[in-house]
Design a protein around this ligand. Sequence first.
Ligand SMILES: NC(=O)c1ccc[n+]([C@@H]2O[C@H](COP(=O)([O-])OP(=O)(O)OC[C@H]3O[C@@H](n4cnc5c(N)ncnc54)[C@H](OP(=O)(O)O)[C@@H]3O)[C@@H](O)[C@H]2O)c1
Length: 215
Amino acid sequence: MKKAIVIGGSRGIGRSIASSLRSINCQVIQTSRNDIDTSDLQSVKKFVAQQKYTDIIVLNTGGPPAKSFFDITEHEWNLYHNQLFLSFCLILQKLKINDGGYIFLISSDVMKEPNPDLVLSSSYRLAFTSVLKILSKEYASRNINCINIAPGAIDTDRVHQLGIDTKKMTSSLPMRRMGKPEEIGNFVAAIIEKEIKYLSGVVINFDGANSNYVL
Ligand SMILES: NC(=O)c1ccc[n+]([C@@H]2O[C@H](COP(=O)([O-])OP(=O)(O)OC[C@H]3O[C@@H](n4cnc5c(N)ncnc54)[C@H](OP(=O)(O)O)[C@@H]3O)[C@@H](O)[C@H]2O)c1
């Protein structure tokens, strides 16, 4: 039985991934902020020391608030540097990923198209995307796949907490609907179940045709 750790697995996209992985008989450890808080490096180190190894890890966490550049405090820069970037680096430095394993990152579409109202998210997700791309080459010789999923609008608590007019936003989307978290969960499970491996190093735009960029 494959062991899978889903960080931020108590709600939203993470919870759907955890439930899909369970449906393909993985032994799933799905965490909330109480188990590992990625903004708190001591909590991250403690969690990794307890877990030691895994076959699959989903690097996911809560998103930062919507704020424009001049409104972000020094405290918030530090907090989200840890939450969205440094904690994921420490996890991959200290957690053993078994040969043939998978690393999934849940990033964001703002990583490819920076959003002036989501400066923290746009910048730190792009930073960790670079790290994961570099690591995809290091892990390749051990058949460990790195897959970066960049969601567009997905119908979870997060979207409703951002304070946007979701009705208006939804009507502007190409599919006239947000994505369902289960769609991402099923995608992740299918890759693992079908043992798809040659996709490593890729960024998947999971956005229902909303983005305009080609690459
Ligand atoms: N939904 C979207 O449209 C969308 C689009 C692009 C990117 N994203 C990004 O995708 C990720 C998941 O989004 P979501 O929509 O599933 O969010 P969500 O519904 O708000 O769920 C967030 C999950 O992350 C956990 N979490 C929050 N803060 C954490 C922390 N400091 N350390 C560890 N875990 C933490 C939460 O645990 P608790 O239950 O303990 O709070 C929860 O399990 C986020 O980073 C989000 O910004 C989402």
